[in-house]
Design a protein around this ligand. Structure first.
Ligand code: UDP
Ligand code: MG
Length: 317
């Protein structure tokens, strides 16, 4: 039995590129079907993320002309991550495995076959990883690299230079359903799901047409979401800073007393200088302690699954 593949593509105002993307994907899918890599029931699922242009009309047209294409339309613009999740959750009901990619053909669709091979080798997740970012602007490249390093530093497990071009098996998507979080950062969640994975490298191309839907402001807020929904380390930094300043305040006190004894001071200076350091340290330390509790509450409210069962022998009898 050949397996059913769904390609999930979130689209926001992509009327300039969607037809070209559809054309290239159709060719690719037909080749894969001919080569018997995937079932002929496989489809391309476009997710219209509340586009303000003719994207949805084009999706409808594609669907009418060819059953290869199908789509879902969100009620409004919900952002890339939510749109992608909507697509994945829909696709998993019909597909054995899913590949997600952007609509702008920046991800090399020629590696799909390689990804499928990796999947057949028994990998549940195959991450598409960019070899280099020659086509991105210097600023985008540097800022993206910095983002990955900061994430790593903060203890968030993400795959370097991997965006949302990935293959996932049905059971990975079933596990994903158990993550009910609102601040979605899928790149951080997939490594958390576990199972065996593999990586396929590719060159990221230029955007075929249209503009990036991720201006700097959106990129920053995405990065901030990624950090704050996966790490409470910033809180711990405050605590550590508090401890440090409180510690320093003892040396400052010594210094002040020394100055006082040798008469280098004006009246009241010693008391003021000591108070500022001590109180500052104590306050920051207290905020850090309170923060620790808030961090715990934050983690609890996420209600993330504590484990995911990969195989249950009891069910295999
Ligand atoms: N996208 C979306 N909703 C949004 C913004 C973007 O569905 O609110 C889609 C967009 O259509 C594209 C993908 O997310 O398919 C990635 O966006 P883009 O290519 O603009 O980002 P970049 O590659 O520049 O990071
Ligand atoms: Mg893009």
């Amino acid at each position: 039995m050949k397996e059913v593949l769904y390609v999930v593509i979130p689209c926001y105002n992509e009327e300039e590129v969607i037809l070209e993307t559809a054309k290239e994907l159709k060719e690719k899918m037909n080749t894969l079907i001919k080569k018997e890599k995937i079932s002929d029931q496989s489809k391309v699922l476009f997710v219209n993320d509340g586009s303000k242009d003719h994207t949805w009309d084009l999706i409808l047209k594609l669907h009418q002309e060819d059953t290869l294409f199908t789509g879902i339309c969100l009620s409004r613009n919900r952002g890339h991550q939510n749109a992608l999740l909507g697509g994945l959750m829909t696709a998993r009901q019909y597909a054995d495995f899913v590949i997600s990619m952007d609509c702008d053909l920046q991800d090399d669709i020629d590696i799909m076959e390689q990804m499928i091979e990796e999947y057949h080798k028994g990998n549940d997740i195959v991450y598409g990883v960019r070899k280099e970012r020659k086509t991105d602007t210097f600023f985008k490249r540097k800022s993206a690299e910095m983002f990955y390093h900061i994430m790593k530093f903060l203890g968030v497990d993400i795959i370097f230079n991997h965006a949302d071009y990935r293959l996932t098996s049905k059971r990975v998507l079933n596990a994903l359903e158990q993550f009910p979080e609102v601040n979605l950062f899928l790149r951080g969640i997939f490594p958390l799901i576990g199972y065996s994975y593999s990586i396929v490298k590719y060159d990221r191309k230029k955007r075929f047409a249209g503009e990036s839907k991720y201006p700097l402001s959106k990129m920053l807020s995405f990065a901030w979401d990624g950090i704050t929904s996966f790490s409470v380390k910033p809180i711990r930094l405050i605590l550590n800073l508090g401890i440090l300043i409180f510690g320093i305040s003892f040396f400052v006190t010594l210094y002040c007393i020394f100055q006082k004894i040798f008469g280098y001071t004006v009246d009241g200076w010693t008391f003021l200088a000591c108070s500022i350091w001590m109180m500052g340290g104590i306050q920051m330390l207290s905020i850090g302690v309170i923060g620790e509790y808030i961090g715990k509450i934050y983690k609890e409210t996420k209600k993330r699954p504590r484990y995911i069962i990969a195989r249950n022998l009891l069910e295999e009898v």
